[in-house]
Write a protein that binds this ligand. Structure first.
Ligand code: ATP
Length: 329
């Protein structure tokens, strides 16, 4: 039986409001989830559902003007409202992030050795010689061959896959407890995607880190994480053990995502066109009350309420939220 683990990360009623031309809109609307030490959690949902903003809030990297309310606790420490200097002490140290596009994290005008060594000197107080040795070890661990000879090379002298490996080495440098990977394989050639994903999984297991893996690709999430959150319209509509979420597909939105995934049949993508979910993600300023998916949902109110009286617990920590209050039932 699994040991009961204390939550490393506890997110309660997280709300993020952004200033837009139409005034202030809530882009993340009451996220609740926990992540235990060493646990892996996936966050899936269509473009615009609020995945990246959630990740940026956890790292204290939201754009200027974003208003955050609710609670984000890391090992019991409240992060909402921290000053910039306090965030700087946590980032790279207790928590680190791998971005979709490696050049977002790499500085093009600095050699990679310096970029990997910098957090080691800054957060761990290593000497230049120790940081160099550690940077070489880290780069070799993530698969950069002859790392000692390549410390002076610049990011543009590496391939996209190698650059992503270097950002992973930077993220790991100070042994964070929490790794957030936001679409870490999306910008890579398809042949490299699996390799980079496997590298992340291996490192997470080897170092006992907690992982929040964000992806719009169900196949990536299905094979990589223990628990899954399905996000839509700035909120979690379904969450639970990955196996339960993928086998039960309780929320109509999860069903739509699953139906829209590419399927390999006899070595080719089956069908001429991928099925899609009809309609588009609603405007943040025009979200219906209740279930944000109500406007695109194929279920009638009666079917919805019969299938999932709100909020429904499906066992094993698996829940789905299907509340069509927007229709004023
Ligand atoms: N700086 C910003 N100002 C205004 N609106 C923003 C800003 N950043 C994000 N948004 C809006 O917030 C919503 C959520 O964005 P977010 O980037 O979190 O979505 P996502 O699920 O990560 O999508 P993707 O997979 O495309 O990255 C979207 O409607 C987006 O347009």
């Amino acid at each position: 039986m699994d040991k009961v683990q204390a939550a490393l990360l506890e997110v309660r009623d997280l709300r993020i409001a952004l200033s837009t031309r139409r005034g202030s809109v809530e882009a993340v609307r009451g996220m609740d989830f926990t992540l235990a030490r060493g646990e892996t959690l996936g966050l899936i949902g269509e473009s615009g559902s609020g995945k990246s903003l959630t990740a940026l809030a956890l790292m204290g990297l939201l754009p200027d003007g974003a208003q955050v309310t609710g609670s984000i606790r890391l090992d019991g420490q409240e992060l909402v409202g921290l000053a910039d200097a306090q965030w700087c002490r946590l980032r790279g140290n207790r928590m680190a992030m791998v971005f979709q596009e490696p050049m977002t994290a790499l500085n093009p005008v600095h050699p990679i050795g310096r970029q990997v060594a910098e957090p080691l000197r800054l957060h761990r107080g290593l000497s230049a010689r120790q940081a160099r040795a550690e940077a070489i070890a880290l780069l070799e661990r993530v698969g950069i061959q002859r790392a000692a000879e390549r410390l002076g090379a610049y990011p543009h002298q590496f391939s996209g896959g190698q650059r992503q490996r270097i950002t992973i080495a930077m993220a790991l440098a100070c042994g964070p407890d929490l790794l957030i990977a936001d679409e870490p394989t999306t910008a890579l050639d398809v042949t490299l995607q699996q390799q980079v994903l496997e590298l992340i999984q291996a490192l997470v297991a080897e170092r006992g880190m907690a992982l929040l893996l964000i992806s719009h690709d169900l196949a990536v999430i299905a094979g990589a994480v223990q628990r899954t959150l399905v996000m839509y319209g700035g909120t979690v509509v379904e969450q639970g053990p990955t196996r339960a979420v993928f086998s039960r597909l309780a929320h109509p939105y999860t069903q739509g995502l699953f139906a829209a995934r590419p399927q390999l049949g006899a070595g080719r993508v089956s069908g001429l066109r991928l099925p899609t979910i009809a309609g588009t993600v609603p405007e943040l300023a025009d979200l219906p009350p209740g279930c944000p998916f109500a406007g695109r949902c194929p279920r009638t109110i009666a079917q919805c309420n019969a299938a999932l009286p709100p909020p429904v617990a499906l066992g094993e920590g698996h829940t789905a939220r299907c509340i069509r209050l927007g229709d004023n039932v």
